[in-house]
Design a protein. Structure first.
Length: 123
C-alpha cells in the first residue's frame, strides 16, 4: 500500500536522499529536456556559434541522462522494497516457529498414518 510520502512500504528512508527527492529530480530533468527541445530553434539555431550549440545539446544530454538515472534508481528502489516486504511476509508466515512446528506435527501424523495403513494392508 502506498502512503503519501511515495514509499510503497511505509518505511522511513535510511539515506538522506529519499524516493521523493529523486522523483522530483527526474521530473525536473524531463522538464528541462522538454524546455531545451522546445526552444532549440530559437537559442541553438543556425546563427548561433558552434560552441554554444554544442554546450546547448550537451546540457540536453546531461538532463536526459539524469532523468534516465532517476528512473533506474526508482525501479531499483521499488524492487528492493518489494523484496523486503516479501521477506517480512515469509518470516511472518512460513518462517515462523509456530508454522514450522505445525508442519512438523502434520508430517509426523501423516507418516504415522501411512505406516499404520501400509502395515495393515500387507498382512
Amino acid at each position: 500500500m502506498k502512503n503519501e510520502s511515495g514509499s510503497p512500504t511505509g518505511r522511513t528512508p535510511q539515506s538522506p536522499i529519499s524516493q521523493r527527492t529523486w522523483r522530483v529530480t527526474g521530473g525536473a530533468a524531463i522538464a528541462c529536456c522538454a524546455f531545451l527541445t522546445f526552444f532549440a530553434a530559437r537559442f541553438a539555431g543556425p546563427a548561433s556559434p558552434v560552441w554554444f550549440v554544442a554546450l546547448y545539446w550537451l546540457a540536453w544530454l546531461v538532463s536526459l541522462g539524469v532523468a534516465i538515472y532517476c528512473v533506474l534508481l526508482d525501479l531499483r528502489y521499488i524492487r528492493a522494497a518489494f523484496l523486503l516486504e516479501e521477506r517480512d511476509l515469509y518470516r511472518d508466515t512460513l518462517g515462523s516457529e509456530e508454522f514450522r512446528q505445525a508442519m512438523y506435527e502434520a508430517q509426523r501424523e501423516y507418516q504415522q498414518e501411512r505406516q499404520d495403513s501400509g502395515g495393515s494392508g500387507k498382512s
